[in-house]
Design a protein around this ligand. Structure first.
Ligand SMILES: N[C@@H](CCC(=O)N[C@@H](CS)C(=O)NCC(=O)O)C(=O)O
Length: 204
């Protein structure tokens, strides 16, 4: 069974758990602490020199990092990844958007405001207005898209939705007010109504 090296509260790790659950792929979870630097120790760096989770370790010993790459690998040849060339490019468009314009602000604000020790947060408070401004800009882009589409790519639920759901559904933890985004709110409900949806808190 593949091992998912993970942190339970991480939205990046949740994306992988959610896709695996919906694809009936069993996982063994290996948990790391948020604050103990465990992913920066030599034994973990030997598996992922970038020192981050999620990291998938497959039965044959192969290792795959980066939530988007793991989602893509798991979803190939399944309903979560379209086969049409254009639709696949749209999936990638939204996954790259998530990693460049969304996660660096929405996930980072959540980490510092909801999980960081208070003394460390003090040193980061000057960055909060920028995280909020740029995170809101990403939510505005999503709201515009979802005003005219049910899903992000290929006109159906895909790993693009899973990638964006990971940190959008818990954006309030980072101080984002989602009630002013009705189309995002309706999309969050559509995603969560999938028959094999699991919440972030659910372990394997
Ligand atoms: N782009 C990466 C980001 C991974 C990432 O930032 N992981 C965080 C948890 S969400 C981590 O491992 N932090 C521990 C550290 O940086 O030492 C992905 O999408 O997987």
């Amino acid at each position: 069974m593949p091992i998912l090296h993970q942190m339970q509260v991480s939205g990046n790790c949740y994306k992988v758990r959610l896709a695996a659950r919906q694809l009936n792929i069993p996982l063994t979870l290996k948990d790391y602490g948020l604050h103990d630097g465990a992913t920066r120790r030599p034994d973990f760096l030997a598996k992922n020199p970038n020192g981050r989770v999620p990291l998938m370790e497959f039965e044959d010993g192969r290792l795959l990092a980066e939530s988007g790459a793991i989602l893509w690998y798991l979803a190939e040849n399944t309903p979560l990844l379209p086969s049409d060339r254009w639709d696949r490019a749209e999936v990638l468009q939204w996954m790259f958007f998530e990693q460049y314009s969304h996660e660096p602000y929405i996930a980072v604000a959540r980490f510092w405001l909801a999980f960081a020790p208070k003394d460390q947060l003090q040193k980061k408070l000057h960055l909060v207005p920028e995280w909020h401004a740029k995170g809101k800009a990403a939510l505005d882009v999503m709201e515009t898209h979802l005003g005219a589409h049910d899903w992000f790519a290929g006109q159906r639920y895909s790993i693009a939705d899973i990638a964006l759901y990971g940190y959008t559904h818990c954006a309030a933890d980072g101080g984002f007010e989602l009630s002013s985004y009705p189309a995002i709110g309706a999309w969050l409900e559509r995603v969560a109504s999938h028959p094999s949806h699991v919440p972030l808190s659910e372990t394997w």
